[in-house]
Design a protein around this ligand. Structure first.
Ligand code: SF4
Ligand code: SF4
Length: 323
């Protein structure tokens, strides 16, 4: 018997549009940070520093969260780091790992490199046991930060290093050491060979988001199956969707590729038992993120308290500033 084909959109172009949008926003922020630093280093025209660049400071943001809990104030130096971190954690608790599947620019790059690897016919799945690496890295960072006292957390947030942590990160990529070059090349080659190597096996941020996603009522649910296993083939997280009734694993990045791929519409996004239209899912993730950003901006918790003169002094001596 021929089954009805109810799902006409089998390619998830919508997701690529989201990913490209957030990738462009990220690239724009890095270019603006470069122009900001170049004003002080080379006398170029002044460009305001983009607060959104603080999305790349999640470890400091964890200290900032600890400070908020213990000392009851929002870090005034990089408040956006904390706001973005809280927005991502909230999106994970409510809607699982949609941040990874639709927003994260590193995840997007990882998928692009993986698809280049697939085109040259060299992608392996890799053993799922290697996933332990990202949980060990997460445990390492938690072990460093969770025992910090209220005073230590505040001292870190008012240190010169934290003040220019974003600029140090830019310097790190503009003037990479030998080890950085070797590790980056190995990661790119590794991702050409092993599907989404970084996200599946190494990223501690993804591990944290995955753990929190276990609290979420959102999941992929199956209402039937032909056993074709096409959903398994498209899954960037290498999950065997065809063998499951529900996808509840923290590895699922809620990309909805499996939902798009099932021509019979057997796979659905559900939230507490209610179906969510797949096109609304990323909109809900974006609403959480931009909702946090807007509230932070309105309440004055988005831009740094550092002034122009502070940056002028700090950037001049930044070679001398370390952890
Ligand atoms: S696993 Fe990490 S790098 Fe990959 S998408 Fe998630 S947060 Fe981004
Ligand atoms: S199970 Fe489906 S939604 Fe989850 S990562 Fe795999 S393809 Fe994406």
């Amino acid at each position: 018997m021929k089954l009805p084909e109810v799902n006409k959109i089998t390619k998830n172009h919508y997701r690529r549009l989201f990913q490209v949008f957030f990738f462009i926003l990220t690239a724009y922020a890095w270019v603006r940070l470069y122009l900001f630093v170049s004003h002080f280093d080379r006398g170029w025209p002044y460009v305001e520093r983009p607060a959104s660049i603080e999305a790349f400071l999640p470890i400091g943001a964890l200290v900032s969260l600890k400070n908020l809990i213990l000392n009851r104030f929002i870090d005034p130096i990089h408040p956006a780091a904390l706001i973005i971190f809280l927005a991502v954690l909230t999106s994970a608790i409510v809607f699982r790992r949609g941040f990874c599947g639709w927003v994260c620019p590193i995840g997007f790059i990882s998928e692009m490199v993986t698809s280049a690897g697939e085109r040259i016919g060299r992608t392996f799945k890799g053993s799922k046991y290697f996933r332990v690496t990202k949980y060990l890295l997460l445990a390492f960072f938690l072990a460093l930060i969770l025992p910090m006292s209220a005073q230590e957390a505040a001292m870190f947030l008012f240190s010169p290093y934290w003040a220019i942590a974003d600029v140090k990160l830019l310097d790190f990529w503009l003037k990479p050491g030998n080890l950085t070059v070797i590790v980056t090349v190995l990661l790119v080659l590794g991702t050409l060979a092993v599907k989404n190597l970084w996200c599946r096996f190494i990223c501690p941020y993804g591990a944290l988001i995955g753990m929190l996603s276990l609290l979420s009522p959102a999941r992929i649910e199956k209402t039937g199956c032909t056993g074709c296993a096409k959903c398994d083939d498209v899954c960037p997280a290498c999950i065997e969707v065809s063998r499951m009734e529900k996808v509840t694993t923290p590895e699922c990045i809620m990309c909805l590729e499996c939902v798009s791929e099932c021509r019979y519409g057997y796979l659905k996004v559900s939230f507490g038992g209610f179906e969510i239209k797949r096109l609304y899912y990323p909109v809900a993730i974006a609403a959480i993120l931009f909702g946090y950003f807007a509230i932070a901006k309105i309440t004055g918790n988005w831009d740094t308290a550092l002034r122009y003169e502070d940056y002028a002094k700090l950037l001049r001596v930044r070679e001398l500033i370390s952890h």
